[in-house]
Ligand binder design. Structure first.
Ligand code: G3P
Ligand code: MG
Length: 244
């Protein structure tokens, strides 16, 4: 049984540090988060790295598509200065660096497989083969994705690691997909939830996780409906707001 905390740091502590960087992971931990979520995709030369977008412009000082840049090219970029001068010099982390840091901090992790289009299977396979080799943390790794093909690949490569079925708009056949993937959790957009939708997900016996919740009052409502955990950009404020 997966033991989830109520609060999971989203891309680390996205409100307070540049998302998906090691600094953001350290800060989430310092703010009291026990788990963090990060986004994983592949470079042109097939290295798993942490990044949300398909392109680097928003979160680095570079230009281009991640799928067309080598790891060496990506590593030259500054992934912190766009956020604030305090974080200048932060790099785009490799998945190995992230795993090493998270294990050292004793964090639980949710690897969201965030493939560029057409690389759904490959991204999950490479990321999870790497994670199987490097992960030294005591807690299980929750593997999630919006891409069903990535979750199918995850099931083949890491069958014993729990899978989170991520949805934005509810898929009409979500029950069948969740069953086929043997999904351990249902991870859904907080904005779309009602007491009824949460009850329907929970009725399948799966914990429900909601992204992205930065208002503790909204988190309280969701938790009251039976949601197990919220992904938040601001772990400190969320934990304080929930009285945790
Ligand atoms: O895994 C929860 C959440 O991160 C999914 O959406 O776009 O923030 O990666 P996104
Ligand atoms: Mg994500």
């Amino acid at each position: 049984m997966l033991e989830l905390p109520r609060v999971i740091g989203h891309r680390g502590a996205k409100s307070h540090a540049p998302e998906n960087t090691l600094a953001s992971i350290r800060l989430a931990h310092a703010q009291g988060a026990r788990w963090v979520e990060v986004d994983v995709k592949l470079t042109a030369d097939g290295a798993p790295i942490l990044m949300h977008d398909d392109r680097v412009e928003r979160t680095t000082d570079g230009q281009g598509a991640v799928r067309e840049m080598t790891l060496a090219e990506l590593r030259r970029l500054d992934a912190g200065r766009w956020f604030s001068a305090e974080y200048a010099g932060e790099r785009v982390p490799t998945l190995e660096e992230f795993l090493d840091l998270a294990a050292g901090l004793g964090l639980g992790i949710n690897l969201e497989i965030k493939p560029c289009a057409g690389r759904e299977g490959e991204t999950a396979r490479t990321a999870l083969e790497t994670a199987r080799r490097y992960w030294r943390g005591g807690l299980p790794v929750l593997v999630s994705s919006f891409a069903v093909e990535s979750l199918e690949a995850a099931m083949a490569v890491a069958p014993d690691w729990p899978r989170g079925y991520l949805m934005d708009e509810e898929a009409p056949d979500w029950r069948a997909v969740a069953d086929r993937l043997a999904a351990a959790t249902i991870n859904v957009n907080a904005k779309r939830q009602t007491a009824e939708t949460v009850a329907a997900y929970r009725a399948t016996g799966r914990p429900v996780l909601c992204y992205t919740v930065n208002d503790p009052e909204r988190a309280r409502v969701l938790l009251d409906w039976g949601v197990s955990a919220v992904f938040t950009d601001a772990p400190r404020e969320m934990l304080a707001g929930l009285g945790a």
